[in-house]
Design a protein around this ligand. Structure first.
Ligand code: MTE
Length: 349
């Protein structure tokens, strides 16, 4: 059975906080981590889904810059900006604080239908809100900027940063957070696309206004009438589903097959349906426990009607009645929010 290979993508985004020039200066100043490493992007092979969590060593990786090498002893997270009590916290102090647990699926905003830039883990850490409280923010604070040791950053509205689903995570699947996934500590913004979950946290800055986030992570459309237009920023994860078996290209000799997959989004999954006739009719799949922020496993018994080529399609609907589109809007030219139906083509012999 064919499986998706891990693959590397070109690096491109600087988040909202690092210009090309300042990145070059940073690289010159810190050659130890920049010189000999390339940023990694590797996907998770969805056919390997077994339990609800993806083991840390298989969890997808998306880096825009080379992974910074930060000794645990030297690592500090600074709270700065419009606050009464600026402070720095060490790794020992952070991991010693009372922890909150959160199970959450993380998906990269650029993950294509059926792609493996999505995985699920159990995360532990302190809420970002608890550190913000300790810093005693000024009344005027509206935004919080999270910056990583690689210079990447994202700025979130303060109300969002204070939600209980936003953690400073220091553990992943019961282990200390691996360096690949942002250790010693990363932001984990459950229900939001992965770009907001800043890894290798170095600074949390409270601000009255946000500098422009650039044209990264913004919807862009092209039309004959208006040309190219930039729209809303992307953020919440749209409802989406994928087959974990069969993989595209599979060949069956029997007449029954247990089709399986996962479905996820910002809101809990309400139903999953499979079509074998190009989307004309849909059959309900059985969905195992559906919880907010967590991918749900589903399965469907396929009675294979005839020999030949078949195309299977899957779509999910969430608790707010949002359903995946059959096709992506043709006017969209950005690479984000690709939540149209996943299709696999298989052969019955
Ligand atoms: N944080 C930093 N500091 N640098 C990065 O390049 N990539 C972001 C986010 N946080 C990134 C980052 C993106 S685009 C994604 S999808 C997630 O990290 C991926 O997290 P993972 O590599 O642990 O799967």
């Amino acid at each position: 059975m064919a499986t998706h290979e891990s693959y590397r993508w070109r690096s491109k985004s600087r988040g909202d906080g690092l210009t090309r020039r300042s990145f070059a200066v940073l690289c010159a100043a810190v050659p130890a981590w920049a010189a000999d490493r390339a940023p990694e992007t590797s996907s998770f092979d969805l056919s390997l889904v077994e339990d609800s969590v993806v083991p840390n060593e298989l969890f997808f990786v998306r880096e825009h810059f080379p992974e910074p090498r930060i000794g645990a002893a030297a690592w500090r997270l600074a709270l700065a900006g419009m606050i009464d009590s600026p402070f720095e916290i060490s790794r020992e102090e952070l991991i010693g604080l009372p922890r909150t647990r959160l199970a959450a699926t993380l998906e990269c905003a650029e993950n294509p239908p059926g792609g493996g830039l999505v995985s699920h883990a159990g995360w532990e850490g302190v809420t970002a809100a608890s550190l913000l409280d300790r810093a005693r923010p000024a009344q005027a604070v509206r935004f919080v900027r999270f910056e990583g040791y690689d210079g990447y950053s994202r700025t979130l509205p303060v109300e969002l940063a204070r939600e209980s689903s936003v953690l400073i995570a220091s553990r992943m699947n019961g282990e200390l957070l691996p360096a690949h996934h942002g250790g010693p500590a990363r932001l984990l913004a459950a229900g939001r696309y992965g770009m907001d979950s800043v890894k290798w946290l170095r600074k949390i800055e409270l601000l009255e206004s946000a500098s422009a986030q650039g044209d990264e992570y913004v919807r862009r459309s092209r039309s004959l009438l208006t040309g190219i237009t930039a729209g809303e920023p992307v953020g919440p994860v749209l409802i989406k589903s994928a087959f974990t078996r069969p993989a595209g290209g599979a060949v069956f000799h029997g007449r029954r097959f247990l089709v399986r997959g996962v479905a996820w989004g910002e809101h809990p999954v309400a139903k999953v349906e499979v079509s074998t006739d190009g989307g004309t009719t849909w059959s309900l799949a059985r969905v195992a426990k559906a919880e907010r922020f967590c991918w749900a496993h589903w399965e469907w018994d396929w009675k294979i009607p005839a020999r030949g080529q078949h195309v299977l399609m899957v779509r999910a609907t969430d608790s707010r009645a949002n359903t995946q589109p059959l096709e992506r809007e043709s006017k969209r030219i950005d690479p984000y929010e690709q939540n149209s139906c996943h299709r696999v083509e298989v052969t019955a012999r």
